[in-house]
Design a protein around this ligand. Structure first.
Ligand SMILES: Nc1ncnc2c1ncn2[C@@H]1O[C@H](COP(=O)(O)OP(=O)(O)OP(=O)(O)O)[C@@H](O)[C@H]1O
Ligand SMILES: [Mg+2]
Length: 259
């Protein structure tokens, strides 16, 4: 059955989009039909990282120039992309009705999709919280810095208290090694366990990697190559773990609502 994964962090610049595109390509390489939805409308950049030039974007949907099923364009490794458009500063302030329209319109993708990956904008805004609450699985990108901890905590707390979101997975990015990643997760979980009634799980980690950083500069995602590197192995493990974590089934508007 199709499912949605929101990739989020609270703090900006910690690797959400890099992880969203490579996770999407990994699942696609494994035979899943995967689409990435870029909801970072003001600063949409997934298409840049993927090296594609979409003909249609979310702004065409909102201006009634296209339906959702006309938006997905072809990215590398079979991954589809619904681009958020660029320079749409007016969309930074998109209101709840428009947000709901976008979430509801993903129903049209259900027949041709196994996984919808949603790249969520940074910050614990109403928009980010609504988007996260509409996803089946939530993947929080954490790095070992105090500001990442506080911003991720604020976001998770808001989703838990306002929307009853219960299951959260954490991927530690830019880790030195597996022990460092697990230690970062354990320190964060100590905090959430003290104050929040949630299920927080370790989903894996990505090493601090010059190859990953260079792949962004070259607009050629690291999962374009299927070789056995530390990065590709990490994405494969992450993809497996995510597909096995429990889903949030809170009532209300959901991505792929017709599934
Ligand atoms: N594991 C990593 N190792 C090295 N560099 C990384 C890693 N992950 C991400 N980066 C780099 O960090 C920067 C930010 O990454 P990215 O754009 O994916 O973050 P983001 O969370 O989506 O940012 P924003 O909040 O602006 O949307 C990029 O330059 C990217 O190459
Ligand atoms: Mg991003």
């Amino acid at each position: 059955m199709a499912y949605s994964v929101a990739v989020t962090s609270g703090k900006g610049g910690v690797g959400k989009t890099s992880i969203a595109i490579n996770l999407g390509m990994t699942l696609s390489r494994e035979g899943q039909r995967v689409c990435l939805l870029d909801t970072d409308f003001g600063l949409a950049n997934a298409h840049i990282l993927l090296g594609v030039n979409p003909q249609k974007t979310i702004s065409d949907l909102l201006n009634n120039r296209a339906t959702m099923s006309e938006l997905p364009c072809n990215g590398p490794a079979g991954l589809k992309l619904v681009a958020g458009g660029s320079g749409l500063t007016d969309l930074l302030k998109i209101d709840e009705n428009i947000r709901n329209q976008i979430i509801r319109s993903t129903d049209a993708l259900c027949d041709n999709l196994d996984v919808l990956i949603v790249d969520v904008p940074a910050g614990a805004t109403d928009s980010a919280i609504d988007i996260i609450a509409a996803a089946d699985r939530v993947l929080v990108v954490l790095v070992g810095e105090p500001t990442s901890f506080t911003d991720a905590y604020t976001l998770i707390k808001a989703c838990s208290l306002e929307k009853n979101t219960y299951h959260f997975s954490v991927v530690v990015n830019m880790a030195n090694n597996a022990n460092h990643a697990k230690d970062t997760f354990d320190r964060f979980k100590n905090i959430t366990d003290r104050f929040l009634d949630i299920d927080l799980r370790f989903a894996g980690y990505l090493p601090l990697s010059s190859a990953l950083r260079d792949s962004i500069v070259k607009r050629r995602p690291i999962m374009s190559d299927n070789g056995k590197t530390a990065e590709t192995q990490s994405f494969k493990k992450l993809a497996l773990t995510i597909s096995q974590t429990p889903k949030n089934e809170t009532p209300g508007l959901r991505f792929l609502g017709l599934k």
